[in-house]
Design a protein around this ligand. Structure first.
Ligand code: ADP
Ligand code: MG
Length: 278
């Protein structure tokens, strides 16, 4: 392990060194930009930094956190809690590196019975017991998307380097401000290798928010998803993993340590996956 960056002067540390910002809502204008991927990988990275971290799948209509964690068949989900049929305690599962996971159900019926207004209470209960709560929110402008925007301490906008993603993110940012939420910044996900700086600058110009960091386009993310295992666990040295860990360190006000260990020996299935998800 080699330390290559230090973020101990986080502006989010109070005088007592206790973190003030705890609940982050991760949202976007457009769907499919990487909200769930970021929520899961940042949550695990925070847990690896020994921060008590909960990740909540509040994208109750298009839930897929359970899928990428291999928790898609758990008995109680956020759907049952929001339908008043189960207690929040029963919907909390332990995920990789000890991160606590509250998955959402994937059935349409479960979605129809879930009352998004109950999310407020769920979030308050969770925030009392953890250091970090990361909320995977629905994209765009929807009834169930409004609560996570207004209740979180800070909102993170996920954008891809394309015009549609940025235009829609701008609407979400405006909605967030109307709802009284605060935008912590944007994460530019799936960035190409070239012109990254220019793209970050364009995001800042268009959205009027700071770009927290850039996550590269990395086939390891999709390959890991195919194994139902998050990228930071399955591919600890992948470029996207480095970005996830660096962002988590910034959020935690911790030192960022790059895992410079040698790549693990690749088995046949890994080589096959690499060929398929190139
Ligand atoms: P959302 O939750 O915003 O709908 P997801 O997290 O489900 O988006 O990601 C959408 C797709 O993009 C998934 O197939 C995921 O594996 C892929 N993806 C996300 N981030 C990256 C990345 N940095 N590099 C490559 N693929 C990515
Ligand atoms: Mg999602």
């Amino acid at each position: 392990m080699v330390t290559i960056g230090i973020y101990i002067n986080s502006p989010y540390l109070s005088d007592k060194g206790k973190l003030m910002i705890r609940a982050y809502t991760i949202t976007s204008g457009k769907g499919g930009v990487g909200k769930t991927t970021l929520t899961v990988n940042l949550g695990i990275s925070l847990a690896q930094l020994e921060r008590e971290t909960y990740i909540l799948d509040a994208d109750i209509g298009m839930a897929n956190m359970g899928l990428i964690l291999g928790m898609d068949d758990v008995p109680v989900t956020l759907h049952e809690v929001l339908a008043g049929k189960a207690d929040i305690e029963d919907s909390i599962y332990v995920g990789p590196s000890g991160v606590k996971v509250i998955p959402s159900g994937i059935s349409l019926q479960g979605f129809q019975q879930a009352d998004p207004d109950k999310l407020r209470d769920v979030m308050r209960k969770l925030v009392d017991r953890c250091e970090y709560l990361l909320i995977d929110a629905p994209s765009g402008i929807s009834k169930e998307g409004v609560v996570p925007l207004s209740v979180a301490d800070q909102v993170i906008l996920v954008v891809n380097p394309e015009l549609a993603s940025m235009a829609d993110a701008l609407k979400t940012k405006i909605l967030c401000e109307v709802m009284g939420g605060k935008v912590y910044g944007a994460i530019l996900n799936r960035a190409g290798a070239e012109h990254t700086e220019i793209r970050s600058q364009s995001v800042e110009d268009v959205l009027g928010v700071n770009v927290i960091d850039v996550v590269p386009e990395d086939a390891s993310v999709r390959r890991a998803a195919a194994y139902k295992s998050p990228c930071v666990i399955k591919y600890p040295q992948a470029p996207a993993t480095r970005a996830f860990r660096r962002i988590a360190a910034k959020m935690a006000g911790a030192e960022y340590e790059e895992d410079t260990g040698k790549a693990h020996d690749e088995g046949f299935v890994d080589r096959l996956a690499r060929a398929v998800f190139r």
